[in-house]
Design a protein around this ligand. Structure first.
Ligand code: 5GP
Ligand code: 5GP
Ligand code: 5GP
Length: 208
């Protein structure tokens, strides 16, 4: 693949499972807007290089401006909520994500286009449905990593990176999905490189 004008090769569209985020020893705080849905939510849309490296914090002169996304703010609150503590309305999370990752795609995407693209991607995939179709549900059960990967590959048409975290007792849990997307921020592609997985052969899928 050719690097685009800003020098990156593709995006990772990263989704997080809220139940696993909340089960870590640092726990979580529900957003000021209330408990999120029991579904994957957006962590970020991250420019990446094919060699696994990535640019970050590319333009301190283009800080996040909430007024640029006022028309989609309620959709961001629903799909790109923040579970870190203390409780927040998402603004600080979006600020961090734009400043660290979004600015590295600013020659291709305005702040509005960047966040809109992430929302469009979120609407275009249904990983929870794909897992459910294979009998894999957030029921605190243990599932084979291979079964999870196969179900997600069938559902998405491409194999995502699957990342696990540890709960407070050290159990391996399904945490993040890294879905690879072309530099148009909409076309799903085969991943040029996968992130560190951290998953065991059997992983828990916690309820939320
Ligand atoms: P961690 O070290 O917790 O996996 O990641 C910390 C932060 O580094 C993430 O929130 C993200 O901003 C960035 N990061 C980690 N891995 C990757 C990656 O593979 N690609 C990109 N673009 N960013 C990453
Ligand atoms: P790790 O131990 O996972 O390789 O990286 C630790 C931290 O270093 C990550 O959380 C991330 O913030 C940063 N990091 C790792 N690789 C890269 C990279 O290629 N580019 C940038 N900007 N930061 C990186
Ligand atoms: P990253 O640097 O890995 O893209 O994003 C991680 C940063 O976003 C951390 O500083 C973390 O505290 C903050 N953050 C706020 N809300 C969330 C959330 O719901 N999930 C994750 N993974 N990080 C969040």
């Amino acid at each position: 693949a050719h690097a685009n004008a800003q020098g990156f090769d593709f995006f990772y569209f990263v989704l997080q499972w809220p139940g696993s985020y909340c089960d870590t020893s640092s726990s979580c705080c529900y957003p000021t807007t209330g408990k999120p849905a029991s579904d994957f939510s957006i962590h970020g849309l991250w420019p990446n290089y094919n060699n696994g490296g990535y640019p970050s914090s590319c333009d301190p002169n283009n800080p996040f401006d909430i007024s640029q996304v006022s028309d989609i703010e309620s959709q961001l609150q629903t799909s790109w909520d923040s579970l870190s503590c203390p409780s927040s309305d998402g603004t600080s999370f979006w600020t961090h994500e734009w400043d660290k990752h979004g600015t590295c795609a600013e020659s291709l995407f305005s702040q509005h286009a960047y966040f809109q693209s992430a929302l469009n991607l979120r609407s275009s995939v249904n990983p929870l449905g794909g897992l459910s179709a294979a009998g894999i549900n957030p029921d605190d059960g243990a599932y084979s990593l291979t079964a999870i990967q196969n179900a997600l590959t069938s559902s998405l048409g491409h194999t995502p990176g699957v990342q696990c975290s540890s709960d407070a007792s050290g159990n391996n849990q399904l945490y993040q999905l890294y879905i690879c997307v072309a530099t148009d921020a909409s076309t799903l592609i085969d991943c040029p490189v996968f992130p560190t997985s951290g998953c065991s052969s059997t992983v828990l899928f916690p309820s939320f």
